[in-house]
Design a binder for this molecule. Structure first.
Ligand code: ADE
Ligand code: ZN
Length: 351
């Protein structure tokens, strides 16, 4: 399929055949920080509800300030934004707003990261955070037909001891969390710093993933540590693996999925890395496309797929492969997976 003739959508935007195919495709999202879905409008509403003052005074001024050039410049704005998240209802509203948006993009299943230490460190309890998110997940399942699971991320620029405390705090909610991840500033914070807490998490039955952000210092070495020292099942980002042929072979042989985020890439480094995504597909790697922090790197999963398709020259089969990779890498049982795969297969033959 070519990109094809353009027509206009309800908002008057030009839409081509490929974009329509992407919009309608059933999707799974595996790399989404729930705190990164806090849109400026909701940020202002929660600030008002909680009597919090924000540096920007208008939505436009806030969006203009989202002018990131690397990971740390994004992270400082991302953590500052969390100051408006205080009550259980705030976390509910944040999560439900994302679920409504995801459903509108035909996301059937999502695994959502949350950062408990970013909240407990400012006096908001673990219980408040997780109860608000969980309540929205329950309602999303019933009202929106969207299935979700939670992944708890440790902040890698905090200590391993702090991560252990977060793990201990999570245990009363063990059934509500499918896995653990590692995010925040990678510089000087390699995977092996958290080897013990990840080993403990595995003993508790959590699934394991870690960020290896794009174009960071020692990225290739960090990806090797994830595989050989920590034993993760997925890597979040991991684009720099292409620099090492042996690493590519290892990821492919072990079937380790990479959750790549094109629009996010363009804000923390040079470009979306769409041609790297195409190369990963062509080399048989289990690559997926995701939105990361869509309120800050503007674009949800559909927009990320569209930009990757246009810039990487992805075919219709590539797009189906990306969606199938995400479903195959999802932390669900094969019985749960089958109907999603069947729906995708029938979409692919019908379109
Ligand atoms: N926290 C939220 N988004 C992140 C990202 N893309 N990398 C590292 N930490 C994050
Ligand atoms: Zn991320």
């Amino acid at each position: 399929m070519q990109n094809g003739a353009e027509t206009n959508d309800a908002k008057g935007r030009a839409v081509d055949d490929m974009s329509r195919f992407i919009e309608g495709m059933p999707k799974a999202e595996l790399h989404l920080h729930i705190e990164g879905t806090l849109e400026p409008e909701l940020k202002f509403a929660l600030a008002e509800r909680n009597g919090v003052s924000l540096p920007a005074k208008t939505v436009e001024a806030m969006r203009t300030a989202y002018d990131f050039h690397d990971l740390p410049s994004f992270l400082s704005v991302y953590y500052e934004g969390m100051s408006v998240l205080i009550s259980e209802d705030d976390f509910f509203d944040l999560t439900y707003a994302y679920l409504v948006k995801a459903q509108s993009q035909n996301v059937r299943y999502a695994e959502m990261f949350f950062d408990p230490q970013a909240h407990t460190s400012r006096g908001v309890s673990f219980d408040t955070v997780i109860r608000g998110i969980h309540r929205a997940q329950d309602l999303g399942r019933v009202e929106l037909g969207i299935e979700t699971q939670l992944i708890m991320c440790f902040l890698r620029d905090m200590s391993a001891g702090s991560a252990s405390e977060a793990l201990a705090q999570s245990l009363p909610y063990r059934e509500w969390i499918v896995g653990v991840g590692l995010d925040s500033d990678e510089k000087g914070n390699p995977p092996v710093k958290f080897i013990d807490v990840f080993a403990e998490a595995r003993r508790e039955g959590f699934r394991l993933t870690m960020h290896c952000d794009v174009d960071q210092d020692d990225s290739v070495d960090h990806i090797w540590q994830c595989l050989d020292d920590v034993g993760v099942e997925r890597i979040d980002h991991g684009v720099n693996s292409l620099e090492d042929d042996r690493l590519v072979d290892e990821l492919r042989t072990r079937g380790v999925a990479l959750t790549v985020c094109p629009i996010s890439n363009s804000y923390v480094t040079e470009g979306t890395k769409a041609s790297a995504i195409k190369e990963m597909l062509d080399r048989g790697m289990k690559v997926t496309i995701n939105s990361d922090d869509p309120a800050y790197f503007p674009g949800y999963v559909t927009e990320n797929l569209i930009v990757a398709q246009r810039e990487g020259g992805l075919t219709r089969d590539d797009l189906i492969r990306l969606s199938r990779n995400a479903l195959e890498a999802a932390w669900i049982s094969d019985d749960q997976r089958r109907p999603y795969l069947d729906e995708l297969a029938s979409y692919s033959t019908r379109f």
